[in-house]
Design a protein around this ligand. Sequence first.
Ligand SMILES: [Zn+2]
Length: 113
Amino acid sequence: MKQQTCLVCGMNIMATMDHCPKCDNDLRSQHDGSTFTIDIAHQGESVSEALKKMQGEIDLARQDVVMRIRLVVGSGMIRDEAMLYLRDLEHRGEIKDFDLELNNAGAILVRLK
Ligand SMILES: [Zn+2]
């Protein structure tokens, strides 16, 4: 069974729980401030492959303690489509917000928590 650690009180709990049984903290909103970088555009991915990869990484990261994902998207179609897709995720509340990285338009920072 997959475990997680409450970042507030340090208790080890099952990964399926939403709230810490000890301190009642909302585990889904806890993060360690870290950023996870993933390249979705430089291994010959088609647009749909890149978006699928992005969704998979976002799903995984939302169950983890990372605060942000940094998506390396390049400067072409993948970036444009990823921006549209992320707008939709933001609308549905699956991510907090997103923006192009400052000084690097080839990467998007996605805030998850
Ligand atoms: Zn706790």
